[in-house]
Design a protein around this ligand. Structure first.
Ligand code: ZN
Ligand code: ZN
Length: 144
């Protein structure tokens, strides 16, 4: 049997630790206003995983959750406030922030919600008006 690749990650202080296993369903950058406001950063680098690919290995009781909408349940460490991941129940996927997985070979394939961008990125990857069709969006692209 082929051994699945596995990567470990943690919150900023290390109280919460987790692993992700296998291959992500998608990777990219989200430019939406909600990600920007919550993260206090201009762009969110995401990796999307099936829920069973994400295992909390330490500090599960230390994870806080906030959902402003039914689409996104945002998770952070109650000790350091560091962001960990966001559950998207409608998509059936977890968005684990690329920045909190150590050593992960992040490689973006798409930019989503690009019309909301405050930081244009001219990397010639597709720029979606909202989301790809397979993620419930229009599948339309916009100029970068
Ligand atoms: Zn922490
Ligand atoms: Zn977003």
């Amino acid at each position: 049997m082929e051994q699945e690749k596995s990567y470990s990650g943690s919150c900023f202080c290390g109280a919460v630790r987790f692993t992700v296993s296998g291959e992500p369903a998608a990777m990219g950058y989200c430019h939406c206003a909600s990600c920007r406001h919550w993260s206090a950063g201009p762009v969110n680098a995401f990796t999307l995983w099936k829920p069973d690919a994400v295992q909390i290995t330490q500090g599960a009781e230390n994870i806080g959750t906030y959902n402003k909408t039914p689409h996104s349940y945002r998770k952070w460490c109650k000790t350091c406030g560091g962001h960990i991941f966001t559950e998207h129940p409608g998509l059936g996927l977890f968005d684990v922030y690329a920045a909190v997985i150590s050593g992960f070979p992040y490689s973006a394939g798409v930019h989503v919600h690009y019309p909301e961008s405050k930081l244009r990125i001219k990397d010639d990857l597709p720029k979606m008006k909202d989301l790809p069709k397979e993620m419930g969006g229009s599948g339309l692209t916009v100029p970068q």
